[in-house]
Design a protein around this ligand. Structure first.
Ligand code: KIV
Length: 289
């Protein structure tokens, strides 16, 4: 891959995704919600950073994405933007921020771009979002669409299940993806979709597919960073491959530190500050006493 290689750190803009797809180059997208994580992800060479509303599960402990607010996303986008140079910055539009009319949706998306520094927004939904996607794109706001499992619909769906499993559901999903492409979306997340359906969508569309639990044929793979590095709790879905166990690393560090504190071994002389030589400690004691 020539254009997007980490050792060639050109800034990634929206058109680079289409160029990569045409060349058959796979791209990588990860979530980040804060400055240090963004720095690590960006400097590692990840092509797209998503400030996902998965922050509701991963860092706020809400249990789902429904309560996440625009302010929470905005604050995270600002931090991530400060920590990144190269990756394309995509901000999730949280539940409620694009559901009460197109003007309000545009105004919220503009906030993420103007105040936060996002370079694109992501929103969930199929044919029901086509008009909104057209409107956002008309206002120069690049849109990443999101179909398949859409976690903001958890109450309607009754849980997190694989979508597009019947012929009829697969057809609707493929039609939705095409309609979103025609509306002007530059990429589309396929979440928890059978790999054959994701492969079909990937072949049918000119825009990039961004797969999560959707097989290896997608143009781009996305994961929640906390899942990838083992910094989450509970059972993980089958598509998560855990590459590290950060929870264990943190626990070990804390345990070792506590042991040192309790044993009087932390801090040592080099980890504290002494008085300057010209200060007479005896005089100081006399003053204090
Ligand atoms: O919120 C998020 O992180 C997402 C990805 C899982 C695609 O929507």
């Amino acid at each position: 891959m020539a254009y997007l290689k980490p050792d060639k750190p050109e800034k990634v803009y929206v058109p680079a995704l289409r160029a990569a797809k045409e060349k058959g180059e796979k791209l990588a997208c990860l979530t980040a919600y804060d400055y240090p994580t963004a720095r690590i992800v960006d400097e590692a060479g990840v092509d797209i950073i998503l400030i996902g509303d998965s922050m509701g599960n991963v860092i706020h402990g809400y249990g789902n994405t429904i309560p996440v607010t625009l302010d929470e996303i905005l604050s995270a986008v600002k931090a991530v933007k400060r920590g990144s140079n190269r990756a394309l910055i995509v901000a999730d539009m949280p539940y409620g921020s694009y559901h009460t009319g197109d003007n309000e949706a545009v105004s919220n998306a503009l906030k993420l771009m103007k105040d936060g520094g996002a370079e694109a927004v992501k929103l969930e939904g199929g044919r029901n979002r086509v008009d909104l996607v057209k409107r956002l794109v008309d206002e120069e706001i690049p849109v990443m669409a999101h179909v398949g499992l859409t976690p903001q619909s958890v109450h309607k769906l009754g849980g997190y299940r694989v979508q597009g499993k019947t012929a009829e559901a697969a057809q609707i999903l493929i039609e939705d993806a095409k309609m979103l492409e025609e509306a002007g979306a530059f990429a589309i997340v396929l979440e928890l979709v059978p790999r054959e359906v994701a492969a079909l969508v990937t072949q049918e569309l000119k825009i990039s597919t961004v797969g999560i639990g959707a097989g290896s044929e997608c143009d781009i793979q996305v994961l929640v960073l906390h899942d990838l590095i083992g910094f989450t709790f509970g059972r993980q879905p089958r598509f998560v491959r855990q590459y590290a166990n950060v929870s264990q690393v943190i626990t070990e560090a804390i345990t070792n530190w506590m042991e040192d504190v309790r044993g009087g071994k932390y801090p040592n002389e080099n980890e504290s500050y002494g008085l300057p030589e010209d200060v007479d400690l005896e005089k100081l004691k006399a003053i204090i006493r």
